[in-house]
Design a protein around this ligand. Structure first.
Ligand code: IMP
Ligand code: MG
Length: 178
């Protein structure tokens, strides 16, 4: 198995880029169908979703705005239970369809807070597209509209996801070796 060491931890290759892209193809078909005629705002959650957003947006043919927010709830490999908005939203969202583009839903805290804040700001409809979902980890009530890949409750890096800032530029997914 191909391995990579980031700081003090070692990770083993678990999912090649080709599998990720196949899964993205599938949700893009659903999004093209559902979003037709809607003038969506795609809201990419930095930093983790940058690579996913790039590949997803090239496959979504519905024209819309693409913008970015930055929220943070993770330190190292543990969720802190608090989220902080580091880069906010500047677009007018009243009455609009907002599609959040996220790398991974783990406890669901980050996503449930973001969905609520968009509803509070008057969004007409909020949809969530996530590359990864860890169903066994979910602790917050949340509806996910587009899930590319369901994975076990293990810590992963690569394809935008990091361990303490490292691993984001790996093109495949690696899982922490305990
Ligand atoms: P949640 O609020 O617990 O759902 O955590 C969501 C955020 O934590 C994601 O947007 C990621 O940035 C980060 N995260 C959760 N699981 C992982 C993982 O396995 N690897 C890297 N980052 C993760
Ligand atoms: Mg994230």
């Amino acid at each position: 198995m191909k391995k990579v060491t980031l700081k003090d931890k070692t990770f083993g290759l678990s999912l090649p880029e080709s599998e990720i892209l196949k899964a993205i193809d599938t949700i893009a078909v659903d999004m093209n169908r559902d979003l037709e005629g809607k003038d969506p705002l795609f809201l990419v959650v930095l930093n983790g979703a940058y690579m996913f957003a790039s590949d997803l947006m090239k496959r979504v043919e519905v024209l819309g705005e693409v913008s970015f927010v930055k929220v943070s709830s993770y330190q190292g490999t543990e969720s802190t239970g608090e989220t902080t908005e580091l880069i906010g939203l500047n677009e007018e969202i009243a009455g609009r369809t907002v599609v959040i583009v996220e790398d991974i839903v783990d406890s669901g805290l980050t996503m449930s807070k973001l969905v609520k804040s968009l509803h509070d700001k008057g969004a007409g409809e909020v949809k969530v597209a996530t590359l990864f979902f860890k169903p066994e980890s979910l602790k917050h009530e949340l509806h996910l509209d587009y899930v590319a890949l369901r994975i076990p409750n293990d810590f992963i890096v690569g394809y935008g996801l990091d361990y303490d800032g490292y691993g984001r530029n790996l093109r495949d997914i690696y899982t922490l070796i305990p």
